[in-house]
Ligand binder design. Structure first.
Ligand code: SIN
Ligand code: CO
Length: 384
């Protein structure tokens, strides 16, 4: 696997992250030629195909055969790849950063966008003519070209009519406004709802999509109400000492409706509920994610290793913080304040060099992190 240059990358060329956020983020597309000079990808086509054959990895094979779109969901079988035609198909593999350390290193260069917005790294492979057709995404995405070339067309069109009966959302009409041939190391940023269409030009076209999720308001509300259910503690019960005789015993009276309406007014929430909800919700692993617990070690041995080694979040782990409260894989972590700077560093950089910490800090950290180590949420490794 290829590693990317370990020097700090500018990615946006002459545009500063501040300028990017002010002028482009969620506003307009940006093409950055040679965002990563010398980048030719992190995976070979065979390595990507190998990932697509793994049970827990999400992948799709999209083919255009005689004008008809077809989608096959993974896990793929090796024989499927052998039967494919020479042209006009693409393999898409989601969440590559959960399996490939070099992919997680690549994402670290996108830290000018908060981790809370990151979704994952999707990698596609296509021979000549391959692509997923013209479409819209509800995500912000950086499309980074690895090996090969891709012809991108984009459009700010408002005609969102889709091809009927297609197994994926493909736009019926597409009016090209801009187009570019992208080569290795070039990158295109697209805000949500910009129609785009990428077609592989020549073989071995691999595109790295760094996607940033934008949850739907309905989804946030649904999840927040679910959270509230577990965190609401209302007192009292329905009472009707003032009940009068009803002519219809089956009728729900307006008096009853009003009483319940009044008592439901007690459902309220504060910003701290929202902060706590977001910490849990945004770090909750996707359902297919599996953590691999390591060989069991005692708290004492874990503590000794902390003295000498670098603690990492494991590749699929998500850690965020809100104020001084930390969240790891959907769980709140209650940490002593002496560890706040270290835990913030671990969440920001996904690793923590513990070798310079004081013994009291290591002891506290060991107690806090030992269960998460045993669950496979944190691990030991090299610094990035
Ligand atoms: C691809 O890599 O083929 C598709 C990326 C996209 O259009 O979102
Ligand atoms: Co897209």
């Amino acid at each position: 696997m290829q590693t990317i240059n370990s020097q700090p990358l500018t990615l946006l060329n002459k545009i500063t992250p501040e300028q990017f956020l002010a002028e482009y983020w969620q506003k307009k597309p940006l093409l950055i030629r040679q965002a990563i000079p010398g980048f030719s990808g992190l995976l070979t086509p065979d390595e990507l195909a190998g990932l697509a054959c793994e049970d827990e990895v999400q992948s799709r094979l999209v083919q255009l055969t005689k004008g008809k779109w077809q989608v096959t969901s993974g896990p793929m079988m090796e024989k499927t790849f052998k039967r494919l035609p020479e042209k006009d198909w693409t393999l898409l593999v989601q969440g590559v950063n959960h399996y490939v350390p070099e992919a997680a290193d690549l994402l670290a260069h996108f830290s000018f966008i908060p981790h809370a917005r990151l979704d994952d790294l999707m990698v596609s492979y296509a021979p000549d003519g391959g692509g997923v057709g013209p479409h819209l995404d509800s995500y912000d995405v950086f499309l980074l070209q690895g090996s090969g070339k891709r012809h991108w067309k984009i459009s700010q069109q408002t005609d969102f009519t889709l091809i009927e009966d297609a197994p994926l959302r493909i736009l019926k009409h597409f009016e090209t406004e801009h187009e570019w041939l992208m080569e290795a190391g070039d990158m295109l940023y697209l805000p949500p709802q910009i129609a785009h269409w990428g077609v592989a030009v020549g073989d071995d076209c691999m595109t790295y999509s760094i996607g940033f999720r934008a949850p739907k308001t309905q989804e946030l509300a649904h999840e927040f109400l679910h959270y509230l259910q577990d965190h609401l503690h209302l007192t009292g019960m329905y009472a009707d000492a003032d009940l009068t005789l009803q002519s219809h015993p089956a009728e729900i009276s307006s008096a009853m409706v009003n009483k319940v309406y009044q008592s439901l007014q007690a459902i309220s929430w504060q910003p701290q509920h929202v902060g706590d909800f977001l910490g849990r919700y945004l770090t909750e692993p996707k359902p297919h994610i599996v953590f691999e617990p390591p060989k069991k070690i005692s708290l004492k041995v874990f503590s000794q290793r902390l003295h000498q080694e670098i603690l990492h979040l494991s590749l699929p782990a998500q850690m965020l913080f809100w104020q001084d409260i930390f969240y790891l894989n959907g769980e709140q972590i209650t940490a002593p304040s002496m560890l706040t700077p270290q835990l913030k560093a671990l969440a920001d950089k996904r690793f923590l060099d513990c070798t310079t910490l004081e013994t009291a800090q290591i002891d506290q950290l060991a107690m806090l992190m030992h269960p998460h180590y045993l669950a496979g949420y944190v691990t030991f490794g090299e610094s990035i």
